[in-house]
Design a binder for this molecule. Structure first.
Ligand code: ATP
Ligand code: FE2
Length: 330
């Protein structure tokens, strides 16, 4: 029998609802994002956005999937990691729905969901994953029953670095797409700190140096080009080492920054050199959205891992490797 799951995602600036069936069909995936006019996102404002827009987004997701609320057999929500107020607002909606519909509730790890939706789309069994977004920069692989972080940023995430640089260059949030367009016009490479420490990397020095280049009169396209080449080169180096170390045969690129074509090109080159398969999660599934929560919710539910409403408190600091991944442990 096929199980239909409604997944709610609301860890940060986006709220999403997706409907996915246990045979792996994404039936709908609707989301909306708060875009501050200036400055970063304020957790409470994002949470207010989620509570205001959430019900409509959920209704649209059901309509698009061609189902009614009564067809939903499982409710999954992003339990962490993320911003407390956003997580709590989303969890409340999920709990109410699960209680109202008398269906099980599943609390999903957001980072794990970025990996699992990529595996669904690609058919990959056991990849090295490069997970890059506004809040995370990690190279992850499954080992000993958990998703282990092989390398990660020691300070700010790559997407955050791009967004903060973009803000100082007068770009709107999120700045990643505009930086990518500018970089395509860049001609001259200017050195920026290339900071790989063991398997970890750091982007804060690059942010400071890039801002200095810009205020020193280097044309914006050249700065963007230099940022991309340096930042993505660093990721390629640790991805390459993770492949060599784990001997895995698949390389997956996921998270919002996976929308970048130049990063895709660089990592697919790594895959060719190591003779491993490569997949970049398609743009509609790369960023934060509900389908990834719904799909991971199904995997988790089928492995017997649901949560009682009374014990479903959110986990803002939930690390990727804290969760025992029962559906892969065999
Ligand atoms: P997480 O909670 O997993 O950290 P997130 O809240 O940052 O995710 P995502 O939608 O996964 O949300 O990622 C958003 C990030 O992706 C932003 O930093 C944005 O600038 C970046 N981004 C989007 N498109 C591109 C692009 N074409 N090139 C580079 N970065 C991009
Ligand atoms: Fe995300």
């Amino acid at each position: 029998m096929v199980t239909i799951c409604l997944g709610l995602e609301g860890t940060a600036h986006s709220f999403g609802a997706g409907v996915v069936s246990s045979d792996g069909k994404v039936m709908s995936n609707v989301w909306d994002m708060i875009r501050p006019q200036k400055g970063g996102i304020h957790p409470r404002e994002a949470a207010r956005h989620h509570s205001e827009k959430g019900p409509t987004i959920i209704r649209h997701a059901l309509e698009e999937a061609g189902v009614t609320a009564q067809d939903i057999q499982l409710v999954a929500f992003s339990r962490g990691p993320g911003l407390g107020p956003c997580l709590r607002t989303t969890a409340t909606m999920a709990r109410v729905l699960a209680l109202h519909l008398s269906v099980p509730l599943v609390g999903v790890n957001h980072c794990v969901a970025h990996i699992e939706i990529g595996c669904l789309e690609s058919g990959f069994q056991d990849p090295v994953t490069v997970y890059v977004s506004g809040g995370n920069t990690q190279v992850i692989a499954f080992a000993g029953g958990r998703f282990r972080t092989f390398g990660e940023t020691l300070d700010i995430a790559i997407g955050n670095m791009l967004d903060v640089f973009g803000r100082s260059a007068g770009m709107r949030f999120p700045a990643g797409p505009e930086i990518e367009r500018e970089a395509q016009l860049g001609r001259e490479y200017h050195a920026l700190p290339y900071s790989v420490k063991g398997m970890d990397l750091s982007y804060s020095g690059m942010l400071t140096a890039a801002r200095r280049l810009l205020s020193g009169g280097v044309p914006l396209p050249d700065v963007c080009f230099s940022i991309q080449e340096t930042a993505f080169g660093m990721l390629a180096e640790i991805a390459e080492r993770a492949i060599a170390h784990t001997k895995k045969r698949e390389l997956l690129l996921t998270g919002g920054v996976a929308r970048n074509s130049r990063l895709t090109e660089i990592l697919s080159g790594v895959a060719v050199r190591h003779d491993v398969r490569f997949h970049r999660v398609s743009p509609s599934l790369a960023g934060d959205q509900g389908a990834m929560i719904a799909w991971t919710g199904i995997l988790q539910y089928l492995a017997g891992n649901t949560v009682d409403v009374a014990e479903s408190q959110v986990l803002p600091r939930w690390r990727t490797d804290e969760q025992e991944i029962r559906w892969r442990a065999m």
